[in-house]
Design a protein around this ligand. Structure first.
Ligand code: AMP
Ligand code: GLY
Length: 424
């Protein structure tokens, strides 16, 4: 099979790495890809939102199967565009990707189908939002409805902060049109868990759990980022919690989407909070998580392409999804200053240290080749260093050792990825 992966981050490098292991795959293309992906796939300089060019490329190369990694093209309807041309593609159609694309939609869906989530109200008028806040309990959570690079969520401790938040989201439009509608939601507490799943429209297969560290600095301080590191499995996600989620959250979500005439095919990423009242949904994503994928896929036993084809063919019920009984930790090496201003273009050294080491992965997130052919930093998140071990502690020790194998100016990482392991 010839496959095309759309995207350019650490998640796509992990997807390409799994695809390269598949017995079914002969050739991999990636658009636009990065310097690490280029070792396994032929990278083509087409952006993820250039649907017409992507389709033309897929036709020219007679691509058999397309995998969409990123949220923007999915929410924009890239799957519908490929399907209209008769090209097999893994991911939700536009009418299902709305599960991530609109928080107001997903909250209404959960309410209608009794899927546990925080109490909320949706607003399109800032004046009504302000009126609601007058009597609301603090802290409170404000969420821009649409995609906002994971930054459209404000946790407000006081009424003043909440008022300022409404102005930012709905009036100043800090997140653009994503803030035309806003969700105001009850503040919850508890450990957060990311659970990814494969879905074929009717059936769902749950992947192993993971936990992300979203804040830039140690101790969960600093600004929200795309994710500074992950570990898998989450020790908080017990068998009992898994059973409860299967009953109250996972299959009910798949059934709800089907009942709404929006059958979901692809990956549903359940962002969960384990509250004292039980597990509740924080958010849905319509794709693999980044950097969750970098710790989940290396632990998967199945041929990823076979599972994805089963999703597209509606035959997921025949798949027995299995994970190794081990653990993985991913530490993100970022450019100092991320998620705000940072310099890039610095040469990276030490990649050879990963050669021939099965338990270690150096996933590229923001890298490229410069004019001299050197691999240089090209983003806020630069590399995701993943190690697999028998236990979470072992995986963490190995991952942190491996962070020393590569070097570049401006290298920054959190030192406490997986610290929660000790407290669980
Ligand atoms: P989201 O993009 O909806 O997952 O929100 C981003 C982050 O904000 C989550 O990972 C949580 O840490 C936090 N968050 C979102 N909603 C809530 C809530 N209702 N209560 C507490 N924290 C929340
Ligand atoms: N790591 C969180 C996300 O992919 O949205």
């Amino acid at each position: 099979m010839k496959i095309l992966v759309v995207g350019s981050g650490g998640r796509e490098h992990a997807i390409v790495t799994s695809a390269a292991k598949s017995a079914k795959v002969d050739k991999i293309y990636c658009a636009p890809g990065n310097a690490g992906i280029a070792a396994l796939a032929e990278c083509v300089p087409i952006g993820a939102m250039e649907f017409d060019k992507l389709v033309a490329f897929a036709k020219e190369k007679e691509i058999d199967f397309v995998i969409i990694g990123m949220d923007d093209p999915l929410v924009g309807g890239i799957v519908d565009v490929f399907e209209a041309e008769g090209i097999r593609v893994f991911g939700p159609r536009k009418n299902a990707a709305i599960l991530e694309g609109s928080k107001a939609f997903s909250k209404d869906l959960m309410k209608k189908y009794h899927i546990p989530t925080a109490a909320y109200e949706n607003f399109t008028d800032p004046k009504e939002a302000l009126r609601y806040l007058e009597t609301a309990k603090m802290p409170i959570v404000l969420k821009a409805d649409g995609l906002a690079l994971g930054k459209g969520v404000l946790i407000c401790n006081t009424l003043e902060e909440a008022r300022a938040g409404v102005a930012e989201i709905m009036e100043e439009k800090k997140f653009g049109d994503a803030g035309n509608t806003m969700v105001i939601e009850e503040f919850m507490t508890g450990p957060e868990v990311s659970v990814l799943s494969f879905v074929d429209g009717k059936n769902i297969r749950i992947m192993t759990s993971a936990q992300d560290h979203k804040r830039a600095k140690d101790g969960d301080e600093g600004l929200n980022t795309g994710g500074m590191g992950t570990f898998s499995p989450s020790p908080f996600y017990t068998k009992e919690i898994d059973e409860l989620c299967r009953k109250t959250i996972y299959q009910p979500t798949v059934d709800a989407m089907a009942a709404e005439g929006r059958p979901f095919v692809g990956v549903i990423f359940f962002g969960l909070m384990l509250t004292e009242e039980g597990p509740k949904v924080l958010e849905f994503n319509a794709r693999f998580g980044d950097p969750e994928t970098q710790v989940v896929l290396p632990r998967m036993k199945n041929d990823m392409i076979e599972v994805m084809e089963a999703c597209v063919d509606g035959t997921l019920d025949a798949i027995d999804l299995q994970f190794e009984d081990n653990a993985a930790v991913c530490v993100v090496l970022a450019s100092d200053g991320y998620p705000l201003a940072y310099e890039k273009g610095f040469p990276i050294t030490g990649f050879e240290n990963f050669e021939g080491k099965d338990d270690y992965y150096c996933f590229h997130a923001g890298t490229k080749f410069d004019d001299a052919g050197r691999i240089v930093t090209n983003g806020g998140r630069v590399l995701g260093i993943t190690a697999v071990g028998d236990s979470l502690k072992e995986a963490r020790t190995k991952a942190y050792q491996a962070t020393e194998w590569v070097d570049f100016s401006n290298k920054y990482m959190r030192r406490d990825i997986g610290k929660a392991i000790d407290e669980a």
